[in-house]
Design a protein around this ligand. Structure first.
Ligand code: DX5
Ligand code: ZN
Length: 232
């Protein structure tokens, strides 16, 4: 891994970290949108292919634009089938983290190794229904586990409560093994509920509509990071 020190510091900073998803940004002014979230920790880039998920969003070209326009680590979440075909393109675009879905990988171990060989952090994401046991034999090689708290495909959905025990179990296993693997959650995160994810063990919170839907982005980011309890 040969990232600049400033990027390594952002990747490894103590949580809770906030990763605004540009899926909810105004793409007519992506540069300004990215500048408005520079108080966050990572930039989350949602890549959808219309096959793994019903929606089609953005590819390496826009990921590269985001990497140019932001000093933050670029966290690419690939919701695509056959992700191996595009790993090199996202690494070349400037991705620091490339996350693939376990459900989309026939040879997950091979894909994780391929991401690391490209010099990126390797993330593995699980859909809400996918059992964490799929990580058992690959977890030691994974830099980030992304637990979906909505069914992937769209921003602005309500979180699925049933995923919380999985967040707890994944965090406990990472701790038991003494790993530094980060636990990220994605879907339905808001300042009002962020504490629930953090209490369950998440250390990186993706937030799309809660950040880009707010007038004051810095306040929204601070609200998610503070993970405050209602009334606190
Ligand atoms: C959903 C994407 C999310 C999405 C989150 O498939 O992976 O990153 O942008 O959006 P919110 O925070 O609005 O639920
Ligand atoms: Zn995402």
């Amino acid at each position: 891994m040969s990232f600049p020190d400033a990027i390594v510091a952002k990747l490894t900073a103590p949580g809770p970290l906030v990763a605004p998803s540009i899926l909810s940004a105004d793409f007519t002014q992506l540069g300004a949108e990215l500048r408005s979230v520079e108080s966050a920790d990572w930039v989350h880039v949602d890549v959808m292919d219309g096959r793994f998920v019903p929606n089609i969003t953005i590819g390496p070209l826009v990921a590269a634009a985001a990497a140019k326009a932001s000093p933050l680590p670029i966290d690419c979440h690939l919701m695509i089938v056959e992700p191996d075909r595009y790993l090199a393109d996202f690494a070349a675009a400037g991705a620091h983290i490339i996350t693939v879905h376990a459900e989309a990988c026939t040879h997950l171990d091979r894909t994780v190794q391929a991401i690391r060989q490209l010099g990126c952090w390797a993330g593995v994401s699980l859909n809400p229904h996918t059992h964490e046991s799929v990580l058992d034999y690959v977890l030691d090689e994974v830099d980030l586990v992304l637990l979906m708290t909505v069914n992937p495909g769209f921003g602005g959905q309500s979180l699925i409560d049933r995923v919380f025990p999985k967040i707890e179990r994944v965090k406990a296993e990472i701790t038991r093994r003494g790993l530094r693997t980060r636990v990220q959650v994605d879907g339905g995160v808001k300042p009002e509920n962020a504490h629930r994810f953090v209490d369950a063990g998440a250390d990186v919170l993706v937030a799309g509509s809660a950040v880009f839907g707010a007038k004051d982005r810095a306040a929204a980011i601070a609200g998610v990071r503070a993970a405050r309890r209602p009334g606190a």
